[in-house]
Ligand binder design. Structure first.
Ligand code: SF4
Length: 242
């Protein structure tokens, strides 16, 4: 994410308080391995989730988020799409497109911890609750959901829905914001184990230290930045049609 900010706004200073707070899923693909996959499928377009390195974005045709992945894939002229790095998001998109999706075998270790049994157990205790899950969850979990939504989609949906109770299948931290924004509603986490240790490395203390010491400045090499920006701009163009 820090790299994406630096790609889009090279004139601004982007700081990363904790250098090790990187997404493990993004580390599951390298530009070299993607290059080899492209050689195997020369007619396929490459769609990369925003949780990827700048170097992988630079090798991709277009980026996507969990909110716009289906729209991005369906906007392409190509009939085949190499979708990286999340196999679960790829599987969800594959169910909503005519295109052939070639998934990369990456996954979010945190969302992978949410199991169908967790959802079913909570549903037993809360039969009226709506089940909202993130598309990074396993397909077996996605199948149980009333709604499959991005993080921003869950926030919006929960505030607008007439339901009072929700079972939430995503990283635990979102529950705090859902509670803050909807004090009259009840949010139940699918499992208390769905915690991303990498995201939690960023603390108020490390943010203050980063601001005081101007550390760690994130810069993307210009040749990579220009190519990666093209993939991000393509995604933003798809969104402008809304
Ligand atoms: S929850 Fe953690 S591992 Fe999963 S996509 Fe987000 S940053 Fe990456």
């Amino acid at each position: 994410m820090a790299e994406s900010a630096a790609i889009l706004s090279p004139q601004k200073t982007v700081l990363m308080p904790e250098l090790s707070a990187q997404c493990p899923m993004a580390a599951m693909i390298t530009p070299e391995s993607l290059r080899k996959e492209k050689e195997k499928h020369p007619d396929a377009a490459v769609v990369c989730y925003v949780n990827t390195s700048a170097a992988v974005k630079a090798q991709s045709d277009i980026c996507c988020t969990s909110a716009n992945a289906i729209k991005v894939v369906n906007s392409l002229d190509e009939d085949e799409v190499i979708f990286v790095p999340d196999r679960n998001l790829a599987s969800y998109v594959a169910g909503h497109t005519e295109k052939k999706i070639i998934p990369w075998n990456g996954y979010c270790p945190t969302h992978e911890l949410i199991l169908p049994g967790d959802i079913l157990l909570e549903k037993e205790d809360h039969p009226d609750a709506e089940i909202l899950v993130h598309p990074e969850c396993r397909p077996e979990v996605v199948e149980l959901a009333d709604k499959v939504l991005s993080t921003s989609g869950m926030l919006k949906y929960a505030s607008q829905s007439g339901s009072r109770e929700f079972i939430i299948g995503t990283e635990l931290g979102l529950i705090h914001r859902l509670n803050l924004e909807n004090p009259d509603k009840i949010f139940i986490t699918a499992t208390r184990y769905a915690v991303c240790p990498n995201m939690k490395m960023n603390t108020l203390g490390s943010i203050i230290r980063a601001l005081e010491n101007n550390e760690h400045v994130i810069k993307v090499p210009e040749s990579t930045r220009v190519k990666a920006k093209k993939a991000l701009d393509m995604m933003l163009d798809v969104g402008r049609g809304d």
